[in-house]
Design a protein. Structure first.
Length: 248
């Protein structure tokens, strides 16, 4: 069976997709994830370039420096496979892949670190901590299972989107505005952190905890916007408010 938008079979594409889970298995200081990338691309390249001598000339494109956030790896592998088909057909120059591999991979790496690692993983950790503090262990198991399935579905869908749509998928990701969305998630994380403090501290210390929670909440909301006020002035005002609340 062929996937709409390309020439590779579903079996070949799935083989490439599952190999994406091993992207960091041969991580090294010379090329970072380049060995894992070549491993993930191998089934597709064998199908695109049946002639081994031609395929051997393609391998150097994947043995250079490569590194990105592991949540984006399937999308990029799908995109590279789509581009390799165009190169094999003479529609696109081979040099285009090197340019895409360097600029797109590192850009998505930065977005991944900001949105997935700094925001979503923090949301997951704080949500789990609050559920443990309240004793909702069954809800925690459900949350873990749901998030695990969600990220696998995300990887699979972005892999096939990258293969079917090629460069068009990058425009869609840009419209998601993940950087600003990550800032909003961090506001939620600040609220969850304050809630966690309220859950674990004795009620006799609640007044001071509320002051701490108010400080963190206000500071997070301010940081998540586009502030025009000097940070020093804001921090001074928040510190004064915190001292006032603690002295009540």
């Amino acid at each position: 069976m062929r996937i709409s938008g390309g020439e590779l079979s579903a079996r070949t594409l799935l083989s490439c997709f599952f190999r994406c889970y091993f992207i960091g298995a041969a991580y090294n200081t010379r090329g970072l994830q380049h060995v894992g990338l070549a491993f993930a691309m191998e089934p597709g390249l064998k199908a695109i370039y049946p002639d081994e001598s031609v395929r051997n000339a393609v391998w150097p494109r994947y043995m250079q420096l490569y590194n990105t956030h592991f949540f984006w790896t399937p999308l990029l592998v799908g995109l590279f496979l789509s581009l390799e088909e165009k190169i094999a057909q003479g529609v696109a120059p081979a040099e285009m892949l090197d340019n895409v591999k360097t600029t797109t991979a590192f850009t998505l790496s930065a977005i991944g670190d900001t949105f997935f690692s700094a925001s979503l993983m923090g949301l997951w950790g704080l949500s789990a901590a609050c559920l443990v503090a309240t004793g909702y262990f069954q809800a925690l198991v459900v949350l873990v299972a749901a998030l695990f399935v969600a990220i696998q579905v995300f990887k699979l869908l972005t892999f096939f989107a990258g293969y079917r749509e090629g460069f068009q998928v990058l425009r869609r990701i840009r419209r998601w505005d993940l950087v600003n969305l990550g800032r909003r998630v961090k506001v939620v994380n600040a609220v969850l952190l304050s809630l966690f403090w309220l859950l674990i501290l004795p009620w006799g210390r609640m007044r001071g905890t509320l002051a701490d929670a108010a400080l963190v909440g206000v500071l997070a909301v301010w940081a998540a916007t586009r502030p025009t006020v000097s940070r020093e002035i804001v921090l001074f005002a928040l510190a004064a408010a915190w001292i006032a609340l603690r002295s009540l």
